[in-house]
Ligand binder design. Structure first.
Ligand code: LLP
Length: 424
């Protein structure tokens, strides 16, 4: 809000303000920006680890990190070290997890359109669980097993027909969806029967993911109630409620914790009489608040009587969420965190698109100048992972910070990288 100091709950756990300067993981953010350049993703490593540990203690050792939220080799290792499984939804994510040394049995393989090559890769490595999404996938697994591949342990992805209260693009559990087997018209039951009677698959349980950025946790309860009759009679020993818990991005939003979510899910599962072991697949709640993105302010354009545009050196290529979903963010002046935020400006990127907006109406202090550093908090999820190099803007570097020491985990893309796959 105008004039207020910056809302601290949107910052990583270790964030501190030292004489107006933002410090994360014991590192001065403006020093990091000088050292590594901008735009820069800065993750508080202890925050990431704490969320993984919370997830494991809340849901048990089957809980998986949804790697689509943010993945690199260091992240996959961290997740494994902290005892979570890792959910991958493509051959590419699987490759990174395996490259990081995650044991295949700790990998859960998702996807609504897994190719034969991807399934083959999963079976060759012996991934722990395949979450089967379609009839075509069942056919592909059966064909691969018939030609000698190992029999996989599978969960069936069900579509509970629940409208989670979130952005339309983030809903996955409505019947009109590309994901999973619907509970209607006997489809889910037929899928269970087919998998249970197939010698090519070991039926382990049921999975559902109703959507993402869900604040109304009663949606999870509704999904559990809808799924219960199918899970109870299926002989399932595992039941996963997927991910989706909402995270606060802007002032005024308040989110629940992973532990509270787990309590509510477990209560609903018990109430519904599901005996299977319950687990989940949080992505956003593990990584979102752990990171900030730091930019350098390049131009400030004042359009009298209309608005002020503050342009930074990144944009929709490192954070496409405002463009895709109209998502809101806040902005902080990295060297003047507690100054009253009396100016309202539009923070935009450097791409050739008018929609290249990072913060539509950002409250910033008057001290913000060209050359200054600006950070947007809560950018740890679906920023780097959904980034692009549109306009050949280089993908940012990523650092993990801990006890005053930065660790570069993803290098900034170089101009050379931009032509590395071009054929001359
Ligand atoms: N499990 C499955 C099967 C999923 O599809 C997803 C997310 C998750 C778990 C993790 O959900 P989370 O806890 O992160 O909400 N790009 C969008 C989010 C798309 C989520 C896709 N699936 C965004 O930026 O908001």
């Amino acid at each position: 809000m105008n004039g207020d100091v910056f809302p601290r709950h949107l910052l990583p756990d270790s964030a501190k303000v030292d004489e107006g300067r933002l410090v994360i993981g014991g590192c001065d953010v403006s020093d990091l920006a000088h050292e590594f350049g901008t735009p820069l993703f800065i993750y508080d490593e202890e925050h990431l680890r704490a969320r993984c540990r919370e997830a494991v203690s809340a849901f048990g050792p089957d809980v998986a990190y949804a790697s689509k939220a943010f993945l690199c080799t260091a992240m996959a290792r961290l997740v494994h070290e902290e005892g979570m499984k890792i959910d991958v939804s493509t051959g590419g994510e699987m490759y990174v997890a395996l490259h990081a040394g995650v044991p295949p049995e700790r990998i859960v393989f998702h996807g609504n359109n897994k190719s034969t090559a991807e399934i083959e890769m999963a079976l060759e490595h012996g991934v722990g669980r395949i979450v089967v999404d379609s009839w075509d996938e069942i056919d592909r697994i059966e064909a691969l097993v018939a030609s000698g591949a190992t029999v996989p342990a599978v969960l069936l992805r069900m579509n509970p027909g629940i409208e989670a209260h979130t952005h339309e693009y983030l809903q996955t559990g409505v019947t009109d969806s590309k994901f999973g087997f619907p509970l209607t018209d006997g489809v889910a039951q037929a899928a269970i029967d087919r998998v249970r009677s197939s010698p090519s698959m070991e039926f382990i349980g049921v999975h559902a993911h109703i959507g993402s950025q869900v604040f109304d946790v009663s949606s999870f309860g509704k999904a559990i109630d809808a799924l219960a009759p199918f899970v109870k009679d299926s002989g399932a020993t595992e039941f996963s409620i997927g991910g989706g818990l909402g995270v606060a991005y802007v002032e005024g939003e308040k989110s629940g914790t992973i532990s509270e979510w787990a309590d509510q899910v477990r209560e609903a599962v018990q109430r519904a009489g599901i005996g299977a072991t319950v687990s989940a697949e949080p992505g956003r709640t593990i990584v979102a608040t752990a990171a900030v993105t730091v930019y350098t302010v390049g131009t400030i354009k004042r359009v009298p009587g209309i608005r002020t545009y503050v342009a930074v050196d990144g944009g929709m290529s490192d954070n496409p969420r405002p463009v895709l979903y109209g998502s809101g963010y806040e902005a902080i002046s990295v060297t003047d965190v507690d100054a009253p935020r009396t100016e309202t400006v539009r923070i935009v990127g450097k791409h050739c698109e008018s929609g290249d907006i990072i913060v539509r109406d950002a409250h910033v202090p008057e001290s913000l100048v060209v050359g200054g550093f600006l950070a947007t908090p809560v950018t740890g999820a679906y920023g780097h992972s959904m980034g692009s190099n549109y306009n050949k803007v280089l993908r940012p570097a990523v650092v993990f910070v801990h006890s005053g020491v930065p660790r570069l985990v993803v290098e900034r893309e170089s101009y050379r990288d931009l032509v590395a796959r071009d054929v001359d």
